[in-house]
Design a protein around this ligand. Structure first.
Ligand code: NAP
Length: 242
């Protein structure tokens, strides 16, 4: 069976990605860190889309926990293959750098960058052996442009984009592709509290994006049609920044 693992699949963009990839025929592994109820709801949506899903609870920033859960899953599924990895789990803890406490720096950077490393490394070996695999990293416009009040988040996402480009060069000859996407504002819990009416005036398409629109891009990158795209970071931001 071919699986797709979506980190942070319980809510928002990750949830829409789970449903999308299920509709493309992948069995889905829904990772989450704390929100079991929401993860179950995502599994239900996957089932409604005709797919199958399994929950995998672990904190992507925690190396031991991630290794134990992923190692356990792989041991229990010797004939199954995680062909698609979507590194989507992410958080923001905004504030000017001058006021940013160490915890808010490390938490944001570690969730994105340690998360990328902790999850990608164990899944890479089977991909290289099979000469097949897709790794899709959810970065952000902040990682391309830099956003004030988000120095921690911009550093994390910028690092993720650079890691995408480096890893793509390492694994291309084994037919594994590695790409990033950089969304602008997307309607999820993460943008709760932002002034959408004011912010959308600066967006050429005059609205925030929908999680399903981001999921469609990720679905494309996971599809056979995207076989010749690697090392890219594709923006999806309504024209806000290019
Ligand atoms: P969201 O609605 O806040 O959902 C975040 C997801 O990440 C949840 O499923 C959460 O799990 C999971 N998560 C957080 N920390 C985790 C950890 N340490 N280990 C495992 N899972 C963890 O966020 P979203 O808006 O969908 O964002 C998804 C990705 O898109 C993030 O990387 C974000 O930076 C990026 N992004 C979002 C926007 C936007 O405007 N929304 C724009 C650009 C980029 P629980 O449910 O268990 O908490």
């Amino acid at each position: 069976m071919n699986y797709a693992l979506v980190t942070g699949g319980s809510r928002g963009i990750g949830r829409a990605v789970c449903v999308r990839l299920a509709s493309q025929g992948f069995a889905i592994l829904i990772n989450y860190v704390s929100n079991e109820q929401k993860a179950r709801e995502t599994a239900e949506l996957v089932a409604q889309a005709g797919g199958q899903a399994e929950l995998l609870k672990f904190d992507v920033a925690n190396a031991e926990e991630t290794a134990a859960v992923l190692g356990g899953w792989m041991q229990a599924h010797p004939d199954d293959f995680i062909e698609v990895l979507v590194n989507n789990a992410g958080i923001r803890r905004d504030g000017l750098l001058i006021w940013t406490e160490p915890e808010d720096w490390h938490k944001v950077v570690n969730t994105t960058l340690d998360g990328f490393y902790n999850v990608t490394r164990p899944l890479l070996q089977p991909m290289l052996l099979k000469k097949r695999g897709r790794i899709i990293n959810v970065a952000s416009l902040s990682g391309l442009k830099g956003m004030q009040g988000q120095t921690n988040y911009s550093a994390a996402k910028g690092g993720l984009i650079a890691a995408t480009k480096a890893l793509a060069q390492e694994v291309g000859r084994k037919k594994v592709t590695v790409n990033a996407i950089a969304p602008g504002f997307v309607k999820t819990d993460m943008v709760d509290g932002l002034d959408e009416a004011a912010l959308k005036k600066d967006i050429p398409l005059q609205r925030f994006g929908e999680p399903e629109e981001v999921a469609a891009l990720i679905g494309f990158l996971a599809s056979p049609d995207a076989a010749y795209i690697t090392g890219e970071c594709i923006s999806i931001n309504g024209g806000l920044y290019s």
